[in-house]
Design a protein around this ligand. Sequence first.
Ligand SMILES: Nc1ncnc2c1ncn2[C@@H]1O[C@H](COP(=O)(O)OP(=O)(O)OP(=O)(O)O)[C@@H](O)[C@H]1O
Ligand SMILES: [Mg+2]
Length: 419
Amino acid sequence: MPTTTPEGPAPRKGTLLIVDDENGPRQSLRFIFKDDYHVLMASDGPSAIALAQQQKVDVAICDIRMGGMSGIELLERLKFVDSNMEVVMMTAFETTDTMRQALRLRACDYINKPFDLATVRATVSRAMQRRTLESEIHNNAEKLQQLLGELQNQKMEEQMAHARGEIYASIIHDINGPLTVISGFVQLMHQRIGNSSKLELDDLEFVKDRLKTITRQVTNCIEISRRYLGFLCKQTDNLPRVGVNQLLADLNHLVRVHPSRQQNQFTIKPLPEDLAVRMNGTDFIQIMLNLATNAFQCCQTPHRVDIEARAHPQPLDLAAFKDGPYNRLLNVEGFLNTAPVVEISVRDTGPGIPQEVVPKIFEAYFTTKGQRQGTGLGLNIVQRLVREAKGALHLHTEPGVGTRFAVYLPAAALPRPQS
Ligand SMILES: Nc1ncnc2c1ncn2[C@@H]1O[C@H](COP(=O)(O)OP(=O)(O)OP(=O)(O)O)[C@@H](O)[C@H]1O
Ligand SMILES: [Mg+2]
């Protein structure tokens, strides 16, 4: 049983190995150190090595001149067993060359025979201290490594929590649009039929039509929450190919009833020949709806907003897109620039974006709209969705003239309708 002190377990006694082929010096060294250290003795090199292999030796005192294996060779072999073992050489009229060799082989010190008590004690004590210090440094380095690992894990968890927080905020942001439409339509229906106990035929048509829109918006909300839950579970479903023109028709329907449209003029131009994009339909609509909402909200005075789809039969010449104070191309590295490429642009005739604002607009929570009107998440979500679809996003803005966002997506022929 280990001895204990009131402060805890007593510190481990160091182990000292004495190697000398002469019994006299061996015994006198044992006598000097037996109370301070756990003392082991060996009369030749091979038995010293065997002892060091069996148990941890902190310091060894080796006679340099022994029959059989020399002290120098033993030093080398002991360092091989435990490279941190401290070895003190015992010498008698050795040449400086031998001493140099011993030091080169990392002997920590030497004592001359015949030795005096004070010197030998001081030398061994220094060697023991060095050994303790070295193992402490080693232990601390290991602990530091462990701490670094833990810190890394904690950082990763923090980042994941942050991403999760952003995703929750995004769900609320995206669901807010459809909810606004639903709430507006419910109010309209309420105004129309109020407390009346009987419905006329045209009232019924009115309600039916509004219910269709509400149903579509509710489906949208469900798809949005499903999409984000997919993000949280890191799901990457096999994405379907969806026709761009069908999506633009859905978008048209949504934008026309969207509260942000107000008095602004709005046109939407589909592809002359439809193509498919490989992405979730809700994601496509979410991208375009965010860009259209921004375009409508860019100023109070009535202005134009035009959405237009174009097909590029060749890959884009990315060198032609130069970033500058009023131009930005996002996701250049992740863009799958294979023909055909579909371009859908949202252009407004608003005030444009000031030069100093351009670098910030894609940051999460950046908004110039005041807290009640904007969360600043719209463009951040757009950028994320475009990146996931392996697309690119281009911004061109001109103060006093307007702003144009263009989304580029890798496209393909429409899937054949199944008969
Ligand atoms: N078409 C545009 N014209 C002028 N400024 C724009 C336009 N689109 C975006 N911006 C600027 O970019 C900022 C960030 O847009 P983003 O869509 O990320 O957030 P938001 O519209 O402010 O808030 P939310 O999307 O939550 O309603 C806007 O506040 C606005 O300053
Ligand atoms: Mg927005």
